[in-house]
Structures are given as structure tokens and as C-alpha cells.
Design a protein around this ligand. Structure first.
Ligand SMILES: [Mn+2]
Length: 408
């Protein structure tokens, strides 16, 4: 037993290197965050850095993104000899990231991108780390195709079998850590509704048809380092936890004004654990303002804003359509606030607002639905109440499954 040995890890996720904000590059912001993460890993003397998926924003990332990611990992792993434990997420090109895995492993960069790599844990002095990348239920069906009686419908079934197999490799004298990338709900939120609401801050097209995976599925693990949802407030428990992304990626998320950061965990062989959240400094904040044009242009208002030092998203409130006729709104705003204006929208003041709200509510309801649900509703509407047959339903599901796969 090594119960006196305490190991320290840094947990981060969803780096999305190469992400843009309405077309603006966020690389500088990301670089600033990664520098702080590496500095923290050094000053805290961690035994490893966990990155729970979505390393890149796209399967084929731009060259500048690859350079930044390479530089960050080189500093951690090669200069500082701090091991990295990482997996691919749904945004990553798993096969591309797989390149060099065997060479990197010897240097201390442990990266899993395939299901079959998840079952052999990395053995540390007092714990075992399992790296389970984001997968589709189809990957699990293929992996288990020779096992009769393993019915895999959704990701919940797949995870049940996968975790069972991992447990066979458990060393009872060590703690067990899982690094993975899925939408996991709190135990009492089994339809995932609460999670969907939080996920609206992310790309809304992955929100639908989420999950029946709840945190109790992972009860044999001492810590589950999750990625996928970009806010730590979606964490089901202290032991099944999202670190959130290190940077805010869009205006919706910026409106929540939550601080971004990473977790530092301390873990002994019996699974005793303590953790602290470390906030990361923001270089250039995203500021969302909802005001009339007149207010935005008045010095009393804008002298209290971080003009020229932030990304701005303006929702300009109008009392009539004619109000801003003949005015180059963007140019006027740029003179005061700077050229980093990522969004300008307009909304009507007064009684019209009520109406806008219901439209917003309707759009929000749509966003909350899975693509499948939207098709079913649409079918009902155009046929006057008919429901899809079993065959039609299966067809719709398979089409969306294919789209989902091609997107990864
Ligand atoms: Mn993500």
C-alpha cells in the first residue's frame, strides 16, 4: 500500500486550439491561458496535467493552432518533464491525432484517441489512469461485435460495458482515475434537461439528443476528469467533474460572466482527495452590452467601459426602425470602442419587446430539442398529427447518426 503517497494533478479540458469568435482569432487569448496553465503546473509541482479532450477546435486545425499546441506541450513535457494525460474529444480528428502516439508516450505525452487504447491503464505510484476518448456508440458496437448478448443502443450501454472491462484491470491498492469526454448529467437529471440548458453556451448543434448517462455510472472511480461541457458548473459531483474550458468562446457564454480556470487535485492510494479551483486571468474580455445607441455614444457611459481593450458585442435597443437611418453604426462604435466588435444586433424597446421575448423563447425551445425531435414535430405539423412509423424513425435516426459521425 502506498497510502502515504499523495499525487497532484492539474485538470483542464476543451482547449479548442484554433477556435475563432465570429471570425476573430482567439489564439492570443488561448496562448495567454496556456502560459498560465503551464506556469501553474510548474509552481504547484504537479505529477501530471490532464486534458480531457477537444484539444483542437477542428479535425484539420490551422497551422498557427498546431504551432501553439506543439509549443505548449513541448514546454510541459520536454522542458519541464511534466507528463500529460490527454484524449481526443468530439471536435478532434482522432485518427490524425493518433499520429506519433507510440513515440510520444516514451517522452511522457500519453494520448488516447481509440477505444481499444482505453483499457490498459497508465500505472503510477499510487493510482491508475484510464484514458477513454470520445467515441460514438458505433465504435463500441464494432469493438464488441464478437461478444454475444452485448446490446448497444446508445452511449449509456457502451459506457456500461467499457467501464466494466476497465474495472477488470483495477489494482485494489491504487486509486482509479478516468479521463473522458461525454455529457454526463447529475443523478437526478437523467433526461439531461439541466445539462442541455448549460450546453446552450456551446455550439447548439451538438445539444440535442444528448444523453442518458448519469454520474452514478462512474461510482467505482475515485476521480473522473470530464471534458465536453465548457462550464465547471455542469459538474455532476466533486468526483465526476468538468473543469470547463480555459477561455470563454462566445458571446452567450461571456454573458454568464463566470471565471475560467483549472482544478488542482491531490489524491492518495485510498482515493482520499482534495481539490482547489485556480482562476485564469483574461487578456481581452468579451463584453456584451445592451443599450440604446445614444447611451453607447455618451461619454458618461463609455468612459466606464474597457474601450479598445476588449471584444465587444452590442445589442442596440431601438425605439423605432427609423432611429438609426443614415448612420454608419459600426464605424461610429469603432471610433470609441475599437475595431474588435464581434457582434452588432438590434432589438426594439417598449411594447414590442414582449413579442420578441416569445420569439426568443420559441427559438430557445427549438435549440433545446434534438434534431430528431424537430423532425418528428415537423412531420406532425405538416401531416396534421401523424407520427412517424418505426421504420421512418429508424431512418431519421440513422441519417443523423451519419451526419454526427461525419462532423467528428
Ligand atoms: Mn468542447
Amino acid at each position: 500500500m502506498n497510502e502515504e503517497v499523495v499525487m497532484k494533478f492539474l485538470h483542464t479540458s476543451d482547449w479548442h486550439v484554433g477556435r475563432t469568435l465570429n471570425g476573430w482569432s482567439l489564439l492570443e487569448e488561448q496562448e495567454w491561458a496556456f502560459q498560465q496553465i503551464v506556469d501553474l503546473a510548474i509552481s504547484e509541482k504537479v505529477d501530471g496535467v490532464i486534458i480531457s479532450g477537444d484539444l483542437y477546435d477542428r479535425a484539420v486545425p490551422p497551422v498557427d493552432a498546431i504551432k501553439l499546441f506543439n509549443k505548449t506541450l513541448a514546454r510541459l513535457v520536454l522542458e519541464e518533464q511534466i507528463p500529460v494525460y490527454a484524449i481526443s474529444g468530439n471536435h478532434d480528428g482522432a485518427e490524425r491525432l493518433h499520429f506519433g502516439r507510440d513515440f510520444f508516450q516514451h517522452q511522457g505525452l500519453h494520448l488516447s484517441t481509440r477505444l481499444e487504447e482505453a483499457f490498459e491503464p497508465i500505472e503510477l505510484e499510487n493510482c491508475q489512469i484510464f484514458l477513454l476518448p470520445f467515441i460514438d456508440p458505433i465504435d463500441a458496437r464494432i469493438y464488441y461485435k464478437d461478444d454475444e448478448g452485448k446490446e448497444i443502443q446508445g452511449i449509456g450501454d457502451a459506457l456500461t460495458y467499457i467501464l466494466e472491462d476497465m474495472e477488470k484491470a483495477f489494482d485494489p491498492d491504487k486509486a482509479h482515475v478516468l479521463v473522458t469526454h461525454f455529457a454526463v448529467s447529475k443523478k437526478d437529471d437523467s433526461d439531461g434537461q439541466g445539462l442541455r440548458e448549460l450546453m446552450l453556451s456551446e455550439t447548439s448543434n451538438t445539444v440535442g439528443g444528448l444523453t442518458n448517462v448519469t454520474s452514478d455510472l462512474f461510482k467505482s472511480f475515485d476521480y473522473v476528469a470530464l471534458g465536453h461541457i465548457h462550464t465547471r458548473f455542469a459538474s455532476p459531483t466533486k468526483r465526476v467533474q468538468y473543469s470547463g474550458s480555459p477561455v470563454a468562446f462566445n458571446v452567450k457564454e461571456a454573458k454568464r460572466k463566470e471565471e475560467k480556470g483549472v482544478y488542482i487535485l491531490e489524491l492518495d492510494a485510498s482515493g482520499d482527495m482534495s481539490q482547489t479551483f485556480h482562476t485564469l486571468e483574461v487578456k481581452r474580455p468579451i463584453v456584451a452590452l445592451q443599450e440604446s445607441f445614444e447611451t453607447l455614444m455618451s461619454p458618461e457611459f463609455y468612459k466606464n467601459q474597457p474601450c479598445q481593450k476588449a471584444w465587444f458585442a452590442f445589442d442596440i435597443q431601438l425605439s423605432s426602425r427609423k432611429e438609426l437611418e443614415g448612420i454608419n453604426v459600426r464605424a461610429r462604435l469603432e471610433e470609441i470602442y475599437g475595431t474588435d466588435i464581434v457582434e452588432i444586433t438590434f432589438s426594439r424597446l417598449g411594447d414590442v419587446r414582449e413579442e420578441n421575448l416569445t420569439v426568443d423563447q420559441h427559438l430557445k425551445d427549438l435549440e433545446m430539442q434534438s434534431p430528431q425531435e424537430i423532425v418528428f414535430d415537423f412531420y406532425q405539423t405538416v401531416t396534421g398529427g401523424d407520427v412517424l412509423s418505426e421504420r421512418q424513425t429508424a431512418l431519421v435516426e440513422s441519417v443523423f447518426e451519419e451526419i454526427e459521425r461525419s462532423r467528428q
